[in-house]
Design a binder for this molecule. Structure first.
Ligand code: NCD
Length: 297
């Protein structure tokens, strides 16, 4: 049965354990095993570097064929709708469709397609594979199967972040204690309950976090609402070495990328010894391979 993973809610607790186990075993054995030649189609209606490449690399490592739908040379240019484009891709008989869109995806339309589907980020809604790889990175770092007792700070433009929404769901399910740092130039994330601790700047937080996740300002999703210059934003809300020290001596740093250095994060922190950003990218291939296997078994 081809599965559809459009949200973290599409995975039950058994699925989560199997996915983390599968990704970890592939990483340990440096082996991806899947013999039948099935085919994955990527349809990205929005820019991507690491998500698209890591899905493609994972599928190729599993022995699958990969086709990339290219918007620029497609019939969208002849006036075909995205809905008909997706129906056409579904009818081609591929095993799996990996889709990224600027808008929130129409769940009903995707449910009706005969292939497995993985949501690679839809508008401000969800990005389940990113949350899975972020949590895999934390579980591996903490050498644990849960995030119980771990204090995690998510900081930046949370309201417009699908990464934050999926991570809020998954980190909470894994037992983490989340706090938010929402600079007052952004609206507050309504999808996160009011009971979750919220700060307006690093200086208000009270230390000893296990991890901090920095987020990019999603300029494409909020027009010209931000009045601050990049350097002003960094001065007020960016993660500097000094601010990282104030979060506690063992606090590790996550960022889903793409980073804007000198805006939400300083280069010395991004490339520093507490940064897990490169490990997130590496784990993304294993986690996506696990997810592709889950959807096409
Ligand atoms: C994120 C995305 O596209 O949602 N990036 C990613 O997939 N690694 C975050 C972002 O664009 O800021």
């Amino acid at each position: 049965m081809r599965k559809k993973i459009l949200s973290i809610d599409d995975l039950d607790d058994g699925d989560l354990s199997r996915l983390f186990f599968r990704a970890r075993s592939m990483k340990t054995q440096r082996a991806f095993v899947k013999n039948e030649r099935s085919v994955m189609i990527t349809a990205f209606f929005e820019a991507s570097t690491r998500t698209k490449l890591s899905f493609s690399l994972a599928a190729l490592k599993l022995g699958m064929g990969v086709l990339n739908f290219e918007e620029e040379s497609s019939s969208l240019k002849k006036g075909e709708s995205i809905k008909d484009t997706l129906r056409t891709i579904g009818s081609l008989g591929a095993d799996l469709l990996v889709i990224r869109s600027k808008e929130v995806v129409d769940r009903g339309l995707l449910e009706a397609l005969p292939c497995g589907i993985i949501n690679a980020g839809d508008g401000i809604n969800e990005h389940p594979s990113q949350a899975l790889l972020d949590c895999l990175t934390l579980l591996n770092t903490f050498k644990s199967d849960t995030l119980v007792g771990k204090k995690i700070l998510i900081a930046g433009d949370i309201a417009h972040s699908r990464v934050a929404r999926s991570n809020y769901k998954l980190m909470t399910r894994l037992g983490a204690q989340l706090s938010l740092l929402e600079p007052p130039c952004f609206k507050s994330a309504s999808f996160i309950p009011k009971t979750v601790a919220r700060y307006g700047q690093f200086e208000e937080t009270s230390g000893d976090f296990d991890a901090v996740m920095m987020l990019r300002i999603q300029k494409e999703r909020q027009g010209d609402a931000i009045q601050l210059r990049d350097s002003e934003y960094f001065e007020l809300y960016g993660l500097s070495e000094k601010r990282l020290r104030s979060l506690g001596e063992k606090c590790v740093v996550l960022h889903p990328g793409p980073m804007n250095l000198g805006v939400e994060i300083e280069a010395k922190v991004a490339y520093g010894e507490r940064s897990l950003i490169d490990v997130q990218v590496e784990n993304g291939v294993y986690m996506r391979a696990a997810l592709i296997g889950h959807c096409t078994d």
